[in-house]
Design a protein around this ligand. Structure first.
Ligand code: NDP
Length: 448
């Protein structure tokens, strides 16, 4: 008789948890996965996937308007929110089903219940009350939206709600200057909502390269977003006409919808981590070493719950490193440096490596910065003012490329390939030796 019910119990069937569960089950181990919501996690159910569909939806509207310059008559365009919302939810359900199937096909058991930790080797399924033991536990429960303590916060929605709205508001105020606020401002405005994005800082997307921040802050206006800087909400009140948001600069905005996009926090509060001696930081993130091992030696944690780099592909890479470490006798951590990522604003951002500020702090005057700023060809006949920005940063005599930052259509697609150049340690000379593909937007990166 085995000592434990399972070799591995995974809490959370998001991108990281499903990858780890599937891979370990494929190795012939006995694996169980618990998920309190739909399998697929934030990315599939209430994040990246439905969000990207909304961005596509917003872009279709903009493209129809811009098509006039190309000879197409596109008058009387109408948008039907329930059609888009329901089509997205259908696709989310299909994908979620695939996630469940992948686990089951590979022999893992899926429990669609919340699981909490009882002790180092035991979890309790909270609906059935069943207790299950496992040799190793992997926590991959992700994060949840954080709502600040603002008077009247119960009147606000968060990103989870935005995908399911009964109808689109005529007016919306989106609070925050990060990924979710900036992306949803572009989506709402594109779908015809009169949108105000309010951010407490002086330029959106803190942590990104300063020129990218400035460019995105300026270009939000071109898709119809009213950006209000230097203000935080202090109260949200119901009024006869909807909601009134008051800000700490004394201003007020009347609106139908207040959308808080004020960050996410690890989802650890009632997980029972203390029962197994698993340490967390002040913000609730599980503390892990480079192998994703927690302070309890048979318990590991990956993905947003560890608050390292909170991106789906990173959670998947951490899952693979966990599988190698624990089950393939190949202990390794995942290298979190130079991760390419994108922000799906309109136009979007693609970025990898150090920002100019970080590069200067690390390499001083040994860095060189190349930039270009132009109106892409596609926008000229379309009568669109959106511009494209590119920055390439190098260091040292050999000019190793250490940072690339792009704003413009298709830059998330372009940055994926450019990420390889940084991982591979390529130099500016390698870029110069690469012939351009003409006429494209991407060619500008080899002609800087
Ligand atoms: P972010 O941390 O990116 O942004 C949160 C924003 O809210 C910041 O602008 C922050 O301001 C502001 N904020 C925080 N607290 C308050 C407050 N009390 N009052 C007013 N403003 C406040 O979080 P998001 O929610 O946008 O996204 C969460 C995570 O999800 C991201 O970190 C990212 O990893 C991931 N994500 C990735 C996407 C992608 O890859 N394209 C898309 C969406 C999400 P300040 O800057 O001053 O701190």
């Amino acid at each position: 008789m085995p000592k434990y019910d399972y070799d591995l119990f995974v809490i959370g069937a998001g991108s990281g948890g499903v990858r780890a569960g599937r891979m370990v089950a494929q190795l012939g181990k006995r694996v169980a996965v618990a998920e309190e919501s739909k399998p697929g996690g934030t990315c599939v159910v209430r994040g990246c996937v439905p969000k990207k569909y909304l961005v596509y939806g917003a872009e279709y509207g903009a493209s129809m308007k811009a098509a006039k310059g190309y000879g197409w008559q596109a008058d009387n365009i109408k948008f039907d929110w329930p059609v888009l919302r329901d089509n997205i939810q259908k696709e989310v359900s299909r994908l979620s089903g695939i996630y469940a199937n992948i686990l089951e096909k590979n022999g893992a058991s899926l429990y669609t219940e919340r699981a909490e930790i009882v002790d180092k080797h035991t979890v309790r399924l909270t609906t059935s009350g069943r207790e299950i033991t496992a040799k190793t536990i992997l926590i991959a429960v992700g994060g949840r939206p954080f709502m600040p303590a603002v008077d009247g916060i119960e009147h606000a929605i968060m990103s989870d709600d935005a995908f399911l709205m009964e109808s689109l508001p005529e007016k919306a105020v989106i609070i925050g200057g990060g990924y979710i606020a900036s992306e949803f401002a572009g989506i709402f405005a594109g779908l015809g909502v009169k949108t105000t994005q309010v951010y407490r800082g002086d330029s959106l997307l803190r942590g990104f390269d300063d020129d990218v921040r400035k460019m995105v802050t300026d270009q939000q206006a071109l898709v119809g977003i009213d950006v209000k800087l230097g203000a935080s909400p202090v109260a949200i009140k119901k009024s006869s006409g909807g909601l009134i948001v008051s800000f700490d600069d004394g201003s007020k905005i009347g609106t139908e919808c207040v959308f808080m996009a004020t960050g996410r926090k690890p989802y650890t509060a009632t997980l029972g981590l203390e029962n197994a001696g698993v340490k967390v930081t002040d913000s609730g993130a599980i503390v892990v070493d480079e192998f994703s091992r927690t302070s309890a030696k048979n318990i590991y944690a990956i993905g947003d719950v560890t608050d390292r780099v909170n991106l789906t592909p990173v959670a998947i890479r951490e899952a693979m490193a966990f599988v190698d470490t624990v089950y393939k006798d190949n202990p390794r951590g995942y290298d979190h440096s130079d991760i390419a990522s994108a922000v799906f604003t309109r136009p979007p951002v693609g970025t990898v490596g150090l920002t100019e500020e970080q590069a200067r702090a690390e390499f001083g005057d040994k860095i060189k910065v190349y930039t270009t700023n132009f109106r892409p060809m596609k926008n000229v006949l379309a009568g669109k003012d959106q511009r494209c920005f590119m920055k390439l940063i190098t260091e040292g005599r050999k000019e190793r490329v250490i940072g690339i930052h792009l704003v413009g259509d298709d830059t998330p697609e372009i940055i994926q390939a450019l990420g390889i150049t940084i991982k591979g340690g390529l130099t500016k000379a390698d870029f110069d030796a690469t012939c351009a593909v003409h006429p494209t937007l991407a060619e500008e990166i080899v002609t800087l």
